[in-house]
Structure formats: structure tokens, C-alpha cells
Design a protein around this ligand. Structure first.
Ligand code: M6R
Length: 600
């Protein structure tokens, strides 16, 4: 969701900005733009659509060594060239890009900018017009920038240039992600490190309420009170090849295929000196000290949380509630006496989850973030972090992060169980290693999954996923994968719930994908399949070896019954991928969606 890049140095900036924006494409966007500054003034290029469309309109003859760029995911005002960033002040002196939402923009317009003619429908334009207004009133650019920031309510990451000063780039952050990157003779800002890995791997974290004055030689971080902040840089441990597709046609397919490797890496990262799996003792102490765990997450991460609840409750015997973050914020349940919060977020930047963390921090409750991104907002603001070690997930549809989240939750559950003297009767390291091997076999079954997608999903307008127990949770995830990338209306249901209403939707040929990996509900789910078949459904049963029945379309090699979610999701991910592919959808960048949802 919206991405920002900025560069000041000695190289021609256009290509650096465009390449940076391409690396941010995965976040989701509907328009893009860049502004560069040279001795002839500011040159703004912006376009609705893809970076490729923007590239076509950028004048190759304009050379500059300072500039800013932006990918926009529309919130205020439709996706259009006019609403695309960068935005300029009335005189054209100041040019600015912004990620986030300015909640009080209407009030600011009314109170400070009544005489200004606005060109766009965005909340962003208020920021750049305010800077100009304060400069007209006699402030320097730096003072005007600070004064403007102090008036803003909401979330922002901002980069700004001043046509009268080729030597300085201004940036600021509050709630939306922004990093400064350091180079030799140049410096950069970016929404995430991936965008600027092309020029540096040295970055400095920025905190909420900070502004940054960037020149080609220095990055000066200040609070809004003008106090200088010293902060050490860190090395972004990303390999440029991690963020390339290589020979894969889509990131989603690459990331599905990475799941066996990620599972093995998690085993390695969480291994203790005796070969067992373990979690930091301080985290386990918090878990044991709590009388109830509250898992808070969105989308796929929420679905992983549902599986996590089952593992923690059945292995460690600790009660767990799982909540959708956007609901929790406004409808907080009655909390237990000693709650412990577990935030699950691939990106670590999801605004809905962050809003809950802000609330629970205020209430003084401890929190653990399970995330793929070290240094992300949710990681920084929680007391503890458990990393997924999944490598960058670029496709909007989350795949490897889901299985990584479940694997880490399984290790947490097992470690907490052990600490309570509740030893598991199996070796989790060995069982996760088996899971990784089975994932590999499933990734090799692409042809079968492509055939299922072709046979069941080519012409349909809807599809149901049914399962019981943990299979139900995986069905929710399978349905989300299918709908978000193929636009087929897909829903996951508990098998036994169909007859309470949903069965009315079954018509001749309606595809129903059923999961059957759990012995204790195998007969029941097969009964549910019969019910839908009797109403004309076209069933596709995916079962686990040992539980298979006549006519099952695919049988997954067996894994430990408590870990089936880690493997049963893989066929569903592949089916969704091929369904989207055959329908001509943009698999990695589905419509209306963003990878990192940084607005509430
Ligand atoms: O980064 P997060 O895990 O917090 O993101 C939460 C959801 O936005 C995300 O899982 C979303 O549902 C995925 N696009 C689904 O594939």
C-alpha cells in the first residue's frame, strides 16, 4: 500500500527512483509518479496504472541527482493522474509524496488554506500547501516542514523537495513505514529496504514523530521539537536475489515452492544445542504467566492464528482467543486477568493490528509479535518478537508466511507445553522435517493441481471449501487464496454448518472442495460431501493418506495429524494460482488489494 522512495547524491536519479518503485510494486498501487529537481526546476511525471506506464512518459533527457517517487493506493480520491503523487504547492516550489492518511485534512484546509485552490482530491495536497503557506509567513523550509508536521493528525511517511534547494531532501514518519538509507556520496529514503537494496544495504530506522534532513553527505534525524537523534545504522540482511523472480513466471509460484525450504530454515533457526526446538525463555515465561492468550491478526495471518489456537490449547493447555484486528479495536472483548497478546503479521506493518497493539500497550499488557520483517512497526512496539525467517514475500497472496506462522506457533506451543511438564509424545523436529518433505512432494504435483483448477474452476462463478476441525481453518485460507487472486466468489465453511443455510446455494455443478485430513471427523466430512452431491455439487475431495476414500481427487502423503494444516494448504494455494492464471488474472497483483495494508 503506497510506497515512497527518495534519493539525493551524484547519480542520475530517474532510474534509481523507477527501479525502487518497481521493488515496491508488490505492496499494491494504482498510480505512480516521480519528481526530479535540476537547475531548470522540478520535473514531475505521474501516471495512472503501472510503473511501466510511468516509464513511458518519463523524459529521458531530463537529468537530475535529487528526486522523490511514489506508488499510490487510492484512499482519498479516485485513482487518476491528478490524484497521483507527487503533489505540488500552489507556486510549484514544494513537491511532496505521502503514504498514510491525514485524518484532519479537512479541518486544516478550512483553518489554514481557505484561499488556496486545490488541484486534487487527496488529503496529501494539504501537507504541501501548508508548507508553502508557512514559508510565505516567513519560516525557513525546515521550520515550515516541522510546523506542518506538528499540525498533522493521522499516519504519514513523507518525502519532500524544495525547488530552491537542490542540496536537501526532507522526510518524516508517523505510523507509516519509512527508512533512511546511507551511501557513499548519496543518501536515500524508502518505505522498505528492498526498494533501495540496489544502491545500499545500510539503513537507519526512523521512529514515529521524527523528521529527517537528508543531504548527499548526511542524514540528520530530529524530533518535532528540533532535538537531534543519534541512531546507529543496521545492515539489511536481504539478498538481492531474494527479491527477484528468477525463472518463475510469478512470485506467488516461487513463494509456494519456497515453503519446504522455509520450514527447514525455521527448524534450524529455532533449534537448541540438543537438536530440540525452543523459544526464548523470556517469552515462554510470559506465556506461562498469562491466564489467556489473545491472538490478533488479519486475513491469512488470522487464519494461521486459528490453527495456532488449536495447537496451543491442545499441547500446552492454555486458553486462546483469536480475534480479527479491525474488530478488536472497536469492540474489545472482556479481557482475562492476565492476558498476553500475540500479534501475527507477515509485514509487521498492518494498521489494523497496530491499532490494537497501541491500545494494549496503553493498557499495560505484554505483547509478542510474530512477523517476517525484523524492525517492522509491530515488532518494535511489542515486547518480544518471533521471526518467521521466510524471506521477503512479494506476491500479494500470502503463502509461505502462512505456513511459517503455523510452524513458529507450533514451536511456541510445544515449548510452552514442555515448560509446563506436558511433554509431547512425538518429536516435533522430526515431524516438521517430514512436513518439509511432504511440502516438496506437493510442490511437485503442480500438474495435478492445474488439472483440478481447469476441471472445476474454469467457468464457475463460485466455489465452496468445506472441512471440519483444523481442515475448516485451512478451508478459510483456501477460499481466501482463491477469491483474492481469481475473483471467483469462494467461501470456506465448517462441513456441519452447510445444512444450516449455505446448502441452499448448491446448484448443479457447483464446485465443492472438501478437505479430509482428520481421522476423528473423516466420516462426518464425507457425509457432508454426500449432502452436497445429492444437491448437484461437483465434489473435489483432497484427503490424507490413510483416510482416503473412493473417488478422492488427490491424496496427500501423511504427516502428523496435528500438523496437517502445513501441508493441506499447499494444494489449495496451487489450485488458486492455476485458477487465476487460466482466467487471465494478474496473479501477483490482484485488483483492489495491497500487500502491506497500512491504513485502517
Ligand atoms: O502483513 P499481514 O500478515 O499483517 O497482512 C494481513 C493481511 O492483509 C494478509 O494476510 C492478506 O489477507 C493476504 N493478502 C492474504 O493473502
Amino acid at each position: 500500500m503506497c510506497g515512497i522512495v527518495g534519493y539525493i547524491g551524484y547519480q542520475d536519479v530517474k532510474e534509481i527512483l523507477l527501479r525502487g518503485l518497481e521493488k515496491l510494486e508488490y505492496r499494491g498501487y494504482d498510480s505512480a509518479g516521480i519528481a526530479v529537481l535540476n537547475e531548470n526546476g522540478v520535473h514531475v511525471f505521474k501516471e495512472k496504472g503501472r510503473i511501466a506506464d510511468l516509464r513511458r512518459i518519463v523524459d529521458p533527457n531530463v537529468k537530475a541527482t535529487i528526486g522523490i517517487g511514489h506508488t499510490r493506493w487510492a484512499t482519498h480520491g479516485a485513482p487518476s493522474r491528478v490524484n497521483a503523487h507527487p503533489h505540488q504547492s500552489a507556486s510549484g516550489r514544494f513537491t511532496l509524496v505521502h503514504n498514510g492518511v491525514i485524518e484532519n485534512y479537512e479541518m486544516l484546509k478550512r483553518d489554514y488554506l481557505a484561499d488556496v485552490e486545490f488541484r486534487s482530491d487527496t488529503d496529501t495536497e494539504v501537507i504541501v500547501q501548508l508548507v508553502e503557506q508557512f514559508v510565505r509567513d516567513g519560516l525557513t523550509t525546515e521550520e515550515a516542514f516541522r510546523q506542518t508536521l506538528s499540525l498533522l493528525k493521522g499516519s504519514y511517511a513523507i518525502a519532500m523537495i524544495d525547488a530552491e534547494n537542490e542540496e536537501t531532501l526532507y522526510a518524516a514518519k508517523n505510523k507509516s513505514p519509512l527508512l533512511a538509507g546511507l551511501g557513499d556520496g548519496f543518501n536515500v529514503v524508502a518505505s522498505d529496504a528492498m526498494a533501495m537494496l540496489q544502491v545500499t544495504n545500510q539503513f537507519v530506522e526512523l521512529m514515529d514523530g521524527e523528521m529527517v534532513i537528508v543531504t548527499s553527505e548526511n542524514v540528520t534525524i530530529q524530533t518535532l521539537n528540533g532535538e537531534t537523534v543519534e541512531r546507529k545504522p543496521f545492515t539489511a540482511e536481504l539478498d538481492a536475489s531474494d527479491i527477484e523472480k528468477g525463472t518463475y513466471p510469478h512470485y506467488m509460484l516461487k513463494e509456494i515452492d519456497e515453503q519446504p525450504f522455509v520450514t527447514r530454515r525455521i527448524i534450524q533457526k529455532y533449534q537448541d544445542e540438543h537438536g530440540g526446538l525452543t523459544i526464548d525463555q523470556a517469552i515462554i515465561n510470559e506465556v506461562l504467566n498469562a491466564d489467556r492468550l489473545y491472538i490478533v491478526a488479519c486475513g491469512t495471518s488470522y487464519h494461521a492464528g486459528l490453527v495456532g489456537k488449536q495447537l496451543i490449547e491442545s499441547w500446552a493447555k492454555i486458553p486462546v482467543e483469536v480475534h480479527i484486528a479491525s474488530e478488536f479495536s472497536y469492540n474489545m472483548p472482556l479481557l482475562s486477568e492476565k492476558p498476553l497478546f500475540l500479534f501475527i503479521s507477515q509485514s509487521g506493518e498492518t494498521a489494523d493490528s497496530r491499532a490494537v497493539l497501541v491500545q494494549t500497550n496503553k493498557l499495560g499488557h505484554k505483547a509478542i509479535t510474530i512477523t517476517n520483517v525484523p524492525g517492522s512497526t509491530l515488532s518494535r512496539e511489542a515486547d518480544y518478537t518471533l521471526l518467521l525467517h521466510a524471506g521477503p514475500e512479494i506476491a500479494v497472496a500470502s503463502t509461505k508466511a502462512y505456513t511459517a506462522q503455523i510452524a513458529v506457533l507450533a514451536i511456541l506451543a510445544a515449548t510452552a507445553a514442555k515448560a509446563k511438564g506436558l511433554e509431547l509424545d512425538f518429536d516435533l523436529t522430526k515431524e516438521l522435517a517430514i512436513v518439509a518433505n511432504v511440502m516438496e512432494m506437493l510442490c511437485d504435483a503442480k500438474e495435478e493441481m492445474e488439472n483440478i483448477a481447469r476441471d472445476y474452476l474454469t467457468l464457475t462463478r463460485n466455489c465452496f471449501f468445506i472441512g471440519r476441525a483444523v481442515d475448516y481453518y485451512v478451508c478459510l485460507e483456501g477460499a481466501l487464496k482463491l477469491k483474492e487472486i481469481s475473483y471467483i466468489q469462494a467461501e470456506g465453511f465448517a462441513g456441519g454448518e452447510l445444512k444450516h443455510g449455505t446448502i441452499a446455494l448448491i446448484e448443479d455443478g457447483t464446485p465443492v472442495i472438501a478437505l479430509a485430513t482428520q481421522e476423528h471427523v473423516n466420516l462426518s466430512i464425507r457425509g457432508n460431501v454426500k449432502e452436497v452431491v445429492a444437491r448437484g455439487a461437483n465434489p473435489c475431495v483432497i484427503s490424507m493418506r490413510g483416510l482416503e476414500g473412493d473417488g478422492d481427487r488427490f491424496v496427500i502423503p501423511a504427516v502428523h495429524p496435528d500438523l496437517t494444516s502445513l501441508v493441506s494448504v499447499v494444494p489449495l494455494q496451487l489450485i488458486a494460482y492455476y485458477a487465476a492464471l487460466h482466467r487471465g488474472c494478474d496473479v501477483d497483483k490482484p485488483r483492489n488489494l495491497a500487500k502491506s495494508v497500512t491504513v485502517e
